[in-house]
Design a protein around this ligand. Structure first.
Ligand code: SF4
Length: 177
């Protein structure tokens, strides 16, 4: 793999690592977010809990890199914890690494865009095919070809859904971490 290819697949590698071993897997994501109008004392207690959880997480570095690439955290809004950092802390790291992160985010977007384009073309092409009943094998072989086509269509649709879900999760944390 070239260094360019490695750069373009970095996000997927990071996300897979976090999905596999996140310490917060299966936990309520609300633990990491301040609720609307939550008093300071309550939030500070939960924030400390979340930071403690992250401190022992083996995926902390990957989680931080994803959070930075996602643009999580704002300098003037103490309302989340990710990878053991508060929103203002994440924003400060993002500013300090702005040039590197801009290149990384561009690579992420290129990769996803190209994958989605390619998968969509494959899906449309596959959907336009008709299992050929005039080919050898009779009705049973035709039925098997139709079943194989359905399986390919489902697989392609699932891959497209996975990329789109990952994009949404990046903005809304629909899955853990
Ligand atoms: S938020 Fe990130 S660092 Fe914290 S427990 Fe979850 S995966 Fe680990």
């Amino acid at each position: 793999m070239t260094s360019t290819q490695a750069r373009h697949t970095r996000r997927a590698v990071l996300q897979a690592a976090v999905d596999a071993d996140a310490r917060c897997a299966g936990m309520d994501p609300d633990l990491f977010f301040r609720a609307d109008d939550e008093p300071d004392t309550d939030w500070h207690t939960r924030r400390a809990q979340a930071i403690r959880l992250c401190t022992g997480c083996p995926m902390r570095a990957a989680c931080e890199e994803l959070a930075l690439r996602n643009g999580d955290g704002e300098l003037d809004a103490d309302e989340l914890v990710r990878a053991g950092l508060t929103g203002p802390e994440l924003a400060a790291v993002r500013s300090a690494q702005a040039v590197r992160l801009a290149a990384a985010v561009d690579a992420d977007r290129d990769t996803e865009g190209r994958q989605l384009d390619q998968l969509t073309v494959e899906l449309v092409t596959e959907a336009g095919k008709t299992p050929d009943s005039s080919r050898n094998g009779g009705p049973r072989a035709t039925a098997l070809r139709a079943a194989a086509q359905t399986h390919r269509l489902r697989t392609l649709a699932a891959q497209i859904r996975q990329i789109r879900t990952a994009r949404r999760a990046r903005n809304g944390w629909e899955v853990a971490a």
